[in-house]
Design a protein. Structure first.
Length: 134
């Protein structure tokens, strides 16, 4: 959930993302499983560029969960999300859209009776779609 103030500078739209971010993690070892989640403040910025019928809107967003927020010692702080949505206008009513999202999370370690495990988690997604304006 984001509030998105913006301003236009020349042909570029500059914007901020201010809102709430949600993080959830599940990890499994040979002897244990852990599941944690948290909701936190998120802030970021981006720009929207239009080149002919192509619109590109890259943005970076930080989610401030906090250090060692979980009882299991999982640390989901320092999350950084890169998003690059792109849309191409076919006509007045129809756009083709593509979006790439990648979330970087700090590396962390987990110890159980079988040893110490180090995780370098990330989430990556791609979306392709058609936008119809009615």
């Amino acid at each position: 959930l984001f509030f998105k103030p913006y301003t236009k500078v020349g042909d570029v739209l500059l914007f901020a993302n201010l809102g709430i971010g949600y993080s959830e993690i599940e990890a499994y070892t040979a002897t244990q499983s852990v599941s944690e989640d948290d909701t936190a403040f998120a802030a970021g910025f981006g720009a929207e560029f239009e080149i002919n019928k192509l619109i590109i809107s890259p943005a970076l967003t930080w989610i401030f969960v906090g250090d060692n927020a979980y009882s299991s010692d999982f640390d989901l702080s320092e999350q950084l999300q890169l998003s690059v949505p792109v849309s191409y206008s076919i006509n007045e009513k129809l756009d083709v859209s593509f979006s790439f999202n990648h979330t970087f999370v700090d590396e962390y370690s987990f110890t159980d009776s079988t040893g110490t495990y180090t995780y370098d988690p990330y989430v990556q997604s791609w979306f392709v779609g058609i936008e119809y304006k009615y």
